[in-house]
Design a protein around this ligand. Structure first.
Ligand SMILES: Nc1ncnc2c1ncn2[C@@H]1O[C@H](COP(=O)(O)OP(=O)(O)OP(=O)(O)O)[C@@H](O)[C@H]1O
Ligand SMILES: [Mg+2]
Length: 219
């Protein structure tokens, strides 16, 4: 589902990713750990087509990316297959929680209002957000907003789900619940990569990779 072959990202003379290779099968939940500044977010940005790379090859959900600029059509295809959730929730401030979650289901996946809402509610409930269905984003705590952002991604059931520190704002009990949800989503067919500093989350993953100074190891 994801293959990365000898990918290098340069920033002037500095290597932000240094000859990185990785293969992940469908249905795997992988944790990506490593020191601050080691290149973890950089790798997620490469996989989601936002950051061009200097050397190597990438394939995500059957979509190939080559070195250099990514064509617009490839970016559009990638946006459907692969969802990136950043640490900052980035909810639409003028839309309530349910509408934030149904938006892409309705306008990208083409679901009707009722079906989109039913799926959104099921996912919100699963994440402990049943009482917040009609809340506006400004009234949410940091951890609640982070879970709404996760709900918005999970509900799409993408082929590939990339998560940048998805549990950073959550309390310990929620962290454990969310780790189980990522595992379930993977076992239902989504390939999940979570960048994390959270031991519990990385222990719950099927596979663990470590980034150090732009180099990746599977340990
Ligand atoms: N837009 C950018 N332009 C230039 N250099 C950048 C940019 N973004 C990140 N970097 C550099 O690339 C390196 C890797 O950054 P990256 O954000 O991938 O680290 P990280 O492993 O995600 O760290 P953290 O755990 O702190 O989020 C760092 O040295 C960083 O300073
Ligand atoms: Mg980062």
């Amino acid at each position: 589902m994801i293959t990365i072959e000898n990918v290098t990202v340069r920033d002037g003379d500095t290597l932000r990713l240094d000859d990185v290779s990785m293969t992940l099968e469908k249905g795997v939940f992988a944790a990506l750990v490593g020191e601050s500044g080691s290149g973890k977010s950089t790798l997620l940005r490469v996989l989601s087509g936002f950051l061009p790379f200097a050397k190597g090859k990438v394939s995500v959900a059957g979509i190939s990316l080559a070195a250099g600029a990514t064509p617009e059509a490839t970016k559009v295809a990638l946006r459907r297959a692969c969802v990136l959730v950043l640490q900052d929730a980035n909810l639409f401030p003028h839309l309530d929680v349910t509408t934030n979650v149904t938006l892409a289901l309705r306008h990208v996946c083409g679901l009707g209002a009722q079906e989109a809402e039913a799926r959104a509610h099921a996912t919100l409930d699963r994440l402990g957000l049943a009482p917040k269905r009609t809340a506006m984003p400004e009234s949410l705590s940091g951890g609640q907003a982070q879970r709404v952002a996760l709900a918005r991604a999970l509900v799409l059931k993408p082929k590939v789900l990339l998560l940048d520190e998805p549990t950073s704002a959550l309390d310990p009990k929620r962290k454990v619940e969310i780790a189980a949800i990522f595992r379930e989503q993977a076992e239902a067919g989504t390939t999940v990569i979570a960048v994390t500093h959270d031991e519990g989350l990385s222990n719950a993953a099927h596979a663990r990779y470590t980034m150090a100074a732009g180099k990746l190891t599977d340990a």
